[in-house]
Design a protein around this ligand. Structure first.
Ligand code: AHR
Length: 322
């Protein structure tokens, strides 16, 4: 009985402190510099961030950078001039942030990075909420290694935006996974800029260059949208995606699960669109009593294949803003 009361009391204290921490964001103004809307995943991140802000009573100032770093820098400078309480930024590329992050620091405005990293000193941002992108590439590569066994396999790779951390890291992770498996080679690799249209266009070029696609064993796309574009290109070439050419990608958007249901995609590595929830929790604790969050808050990277009820996964995700 005493033990039960003690547990109840400590639970109540914990819940109260979470509530106080949450309350500390009520009425705050937070600027969010978003990259754009290049992918279904990005659209979902935008909508989840707005929803997470609303639940906490945050006044979120949203700026869409249309894929341009210069627009992001302009937006951040605008947020600083307005004197916002905090800034969220999803950095389109890794380099070129030091000046503007220093300006935010000098204005004593905490900055939180969402879903991508920067090449800048770590003291210029409060925390970074993102996946382990090298691991994502490794999970995708490990899946392929297991799927092909000792069969020879020529892979074509659709890279993300040039200079972005997911493009750099997902490439590295995949290469690490296939290293030592000499039957698997990356025959061609080009950017598809994380978009469906570019993914399709680049895949069409790969197919032409590789004997009408007959020589391609698998496509590895750094996101699902490019994979969906590639699937269309494979079908247009008269081949069967998922069978003639294996399709492995990253994000876990509803459309890749429908492709799995149709037998046209083989594997995806899930990336949660809820980066803002952990970011706001870290901000609340920091503003309440100065608690420094971990510098890197890492989200999960789970593999999904057709064995994982893709119809159910589609149903769970559709309507979440993808
Ligand atoms: O930074 C995360 C990546 O950006 C997502 O995987 C991709 O879909 C998006 O555009």
């Amino acid at each position: 009985m005493i033990k039960t009361l003690a547990v109840a009391a400590s639970l109540a204290t914990a819940l109260t402190s979470v509530a106080i921490a949450q309350d500390s964001l009520n009425g705050l103004v937070v600027g969010f510099s978003q990259i754009g809307s290049e992918s279904g995943w990005r659209a979902a991140e935008t909508s989840v961030t707005k929803q997470q802000a609303e639940e906490r009573g945050i006044d979120l100032k949203f700026a869409d950078a249309q894929q341009k770093q210069e627009n992001q820098i302009k937006a951040i400078r605008g947020f600083i001039a307005q004197g916002v309480d905090a800034i969220l930024v999803a950095p389109v590329v890794a380099t070129g942030w030091e000046d503007v992050l220093t300006e935010a620091k000098e204005a004593e405005i905490p900055v939180i990075l969402l879903d991508r990293g920067v090449d800048a000193p770590e003291d210029l941002y409060l925390t970074s909420v993102a996946s382990d992108q090298v691991k994502e590439g490794r999970v995708a590569g490990d899946w392929l290694v297991n799927a092909v066994g000792t069969e020879p396999c020529k892979v074509v790779e659709l890279q993300g935006t040039v200079g972005s951390t997911p493009a750099i890291n997902r490439k590295q992770g995949f290469e690490e996974a296939i290293k030592g498996h000499d039957n698997i080679t990356i025959a061609r690799s080009q950017t598809g800029d994380f978009t469906r249209a570019k993914g399709k266009e680049v895949m069409e070029g790969f197919i032409k260059a590789e004997n009408g696609g007959a020589d391609i064993c698998a496509v590895y796309a750094h996101n699902d949208d490019m994979a969906v574009g590639a699937i269309q290109a494979i079908k247009d070439a008269g081949l069967k995606p998922g069978t003639d050419i294996k399709v492995v990608s990253i994000d876990g958007v509803p459309d890749i699960f429908s492709a799995m249901v149709a037998g046209e995609a083989n594997a995806t590595v899930e990336l949660t669109p809820n980066m803002a929830g952990p970011a706001f929790d870290a901000l609340a604790a920091y503003l309440k009593d100065g608690t420094e969050p971990a510098k890197f808050i890492i989200t999960e990277s789970k593999l999904y294949t057709p064995a994982d009820n893709p119809q159910g996964e589609y149903d769970t995700r559709k309507g979440l803003g993808y």
